[in-house]
Design a protein around this ligand. Sequence first.
Ligand SMILES: [Cu+2]
Length: 485
Amino acid sequence: MKPAASFTRIFSCCALALLLGACSPGKPPEDPYDQSKMDLKPTPAKVSAERHQGAFAEGSSLSMGAELKPLDPTPVKTVRLDTTHKIIEIAPGVKFSAWTFGDQVPGPTIHARVGDRIRFSMTNRSDESVPGMHLTAAPMMHSMDFHAAMVSPQDKYRSVAPGQTMEFEFTLNYPGVFMYHCGTPMILEHIASGMYGAVVVEPRNGYPTKVDREYVVIQSEFYAKPDPQKRKLDGQPLYVLDSENLKKAAPNYTVFNGVHNGMIRKPLPAKPGERVRLYVLNVGPSKTSSFHVVGTIFDRVWIDGNPDNQFRGMQTVLLGSSSSAIVEFVIPEAGQYIMVDHHFANASQGAIGLIDAGGPKEERNEIEHHNMAASAVPDDPDAVKGKLDFESKCLACHSLGQGRKLGPDLAGVTRERSDEWLTQWLKSPETMLKTDADAKALLQQFANVPMPNQNLGDTEIRQYLKYFHWADAQPASPAPAAGAH
Ligand SMILES: [Cu+2]
């Protein structure tokens, strides 16, 4: 049909619609979201004093890590996610007092399909001490809020006390990648402490595309400060929730799947030519994510994980708090494909990961430098912070004990320079290069490439110095941590 003809037809139809109040050229397509076919009458929730023992997470629909397990075909999915308080390691040496679903952060991913029924139960086990761990956070009320459900929050999302069990059921009416989280006030604190996860709901008839790999990537923020009571775990300082920075939305770690640079250490495998589907959820609680994969283009983006909300050929997908997307792309050739939050301030806090599709490893080693295996970790929280900052901001040009790059190897630098000199240098290398003889000499050694001002604050500079002093005080090699691949 010629465009003009179709225009006339649409026009006349709609002109008619204006007159008659309806426009129905034939039978209307079936609405996949027909509410008369949805379950909007879930049964009441049940709260009991029965304490569940044994595994903290149970159910054949659960995936515990990044890899999404295949769909379990049973239409009723029994899911148990008990709440616990436990210590998790959000970055090398940063042991954080967390609250969890299913004893891990993020909680396990539930994989189901539209029309499936979720039979959910949760015992609040925040009063149980996990073997080998001290209880660092007082037991407290918790609850569960599933964004995938359509239920009365006052009934299903009630808080239950330690020792109590909450049970309810609901049917999945819409496809998507949905957040779940604790909804007990202060909700902000419960989410920031680790109480969240994802539910992947496939369309009733599956996705319109076939893929070779399926991974879940969950972005979230941590607001951690050294424990004011100075408690320690395995000789390392304990970190607790920093409520001040939490209210200011100023996290110190923004991460994928609960760990700073975690998927650099354990890349997601793929092969050239393969089609990869990522289920990406931004938990927040307070930041947006500009999710991007370096080296490819998203063939399809399904906003909130629903194929009806489709974009094609996108570079980045913007996700607010509790927003999600399914992104699909092809791995063009062998290589290391970096996943980042393109808000680079967030990426530098750890929101970075890797899809490993083989190929030369030089570049990969470069990235790995941002996350060197922690065979030794400083004890002092300032030095830990200095180490992490160094790994994200300085490794492009410096090493600690691995030789010169664009700038000098900084091993032993605290023996060669005074703290005062280093402080002035880090504050303003450009001033030092004009006024200080040692700085001028250094510049000559480095091919007249001046170190750019890194815009460091006083606290940050103090933390770098703490780290350099710690590294220089290490026995055998200057910084064992920096050598490990
Ligand atoms: Cu909670």
